[in-house]
Design a protein around this ligand. Structure first.
Ligand code: GLU
Length: 372
């Protein structure tokens, strides 16, 4: 157990929910009571000022029940078809359990490429943060219809970590059927010890998790460790905790046994290091007014940009310089160079006239800008 429970002062939380928690394979139905208890937990968190995002599996399991497909129907196309059917029911179920708490949900379907391609990364990040600003709870799943890789159990562990980093969450909770990481499989080794706090995913830990009969949740402990690595690189604290009880989040908040993976960095610093390490693809010269705005912590607006150099694309890193050529900042630019040229010095409310569409506000959003 971490000295201070990271859930207590969490600003933005991603909760990952596995299929086994949502779908009762014996009763062939969604566990509505459980889901309703989770909705209550989420309402409580939001009252505490925590933004919540859900990464939920369950579309394939639910789709199979609806279509009466055998559980061992292994063809990828069948799983993808089941996902398409199940996702509808899943989204509806979330909306239904959140409604009594006056919470609006949104369905967001992503692929792992969305976190890797910088343009798509920026689009996804902008949508997620806009939803959170609007007090909506995004319910995210992998877009199984277009997923090019075979759909594997455990993919959503990785997706949840990517989402946490993209949304600049400070905490990720993987709800599971185990209460964390052990030194050996507690089911068959009486000497197995629970590890409460993990500062690094070591090779030993990985070997233990991938070993035969490891103390793994159904999705596999190794995918959880991979998720932990992504989360920690992004400055996100991650917990693996018991999910198959009512009110699983309150339970963790009240100090239930779990394993916490604690990174050295916070999300802001991790993001800054990431942006600073990128190769700049262009240079943007800004006027004195924009220099002062940046120094006050504002986003860079097109109106303050005087000149651009380079053939950058949306999502590329660019350097920001003042009129004397002094480098001030590096950031991820929201426009391709050819679009950027059309709006240099232009106020956002006139973008439509210059671009033919209303544009995206900031030229470089402050979340994606590092002062050097
Ligand atoms: N996307 C899949 C589903 O919703 C699950 C993948 C996973 O659990 O990792 O059924």
């Amino acid at each position: 157990m971490a000295p201070l429970n990271p859930l207590k002062n969490c600003k933005r939380l991603v909760i990952k929910i596995g299929s086994a928690l949502l779908v009762d394979s014996e009763k062939h139905a969604l566990r509505r009571d459980w889901l309703a208890s989770l909705a209550k937990d989420i309402a409580m968190l939001r009252d505490r000022g925590t933004d919540v995002l859900i990464v939920s599996s369950g579309s394939i399991a639910l789709g199979r029940e609806i279509l009466n497909l055998p559980k061992d129907a292994q063809q990828v196309s069948q799983s993808q078809a089941a996902a398409a059917v199940g996702q509808n029911a899943l989204a509806q179920a979330y909306q239904e359990v959140m409604l009594p708490h006056n919470i609006t949900t949104a369905q967001v379907l992503l692929t792992s490429e969305d976190g890797e391609d910088r343009r798509r990364y920026l689009n996804t990040q902008a949508t997620l943060t806009t939803l959170l600003d609007m007090k909506v709870v995004p319910i995210i799943n992998e877009n199984d219809t277009v997923a090019t890789d075979e759909i594997r159990f455990g993919d959503n562990d990785r997706l949840a970590a990517q989402v946490a980093v993209m949304a600049a969450a400070d905490v990720l909770v993987l709800l599971s059927d185990v209460d964390g990481i052990y030194t050996a499989n507690p089911k068959n080794d009486p000497n197995a010890e629970h590890i409460g706090l993990i500062n690094e995913v070591t090779a030993d830990l990985e070997a233990m998790a991938s070993g035969a009969g490891s103390a793994g949740a159904k999705g596999g402990m190794i995918t959880k460790l991979m998720a932990a690595k992504t989360a920690m690189r992004g400055g996100v604290k991650m917990s693996i905790g018991i999910g198959d009880i009512p009110h699983p989040i309150s339970n963790l908040l009240n100090g239930a046994k779990t394993s916490w993976f604690v990174p050295q960095n916070d999300p802001d610093n991790a993001r800054k290091n990431w942006i600073t390490s990128m190769k700049p693809r262009g240079v943007i010269t800004i006027d004195d007014g924009a220099v002062s705005a940046l120094q006050r912590g504002s986003s860079l607006l097109a109106a303050g940009c005087a000149q651009i150099k380079g053939e950058f694309n949306r999502g590329d890193a660019v350097d920001v310089v003042d009129v004397s050529g002094q480098i001030l900042a590096r950031g991820l630019v929201a426009y391709d160079a050819f679009e950027a040229l059309k709006i240099l010095g232009v106020k956002s409310n006139n973008f439509n006239h210059h671009l033919g569409y209303s544009g995206r506000g900031a030229f470089i959003h402050r979340d994606n800008l590092v002062m050097l």
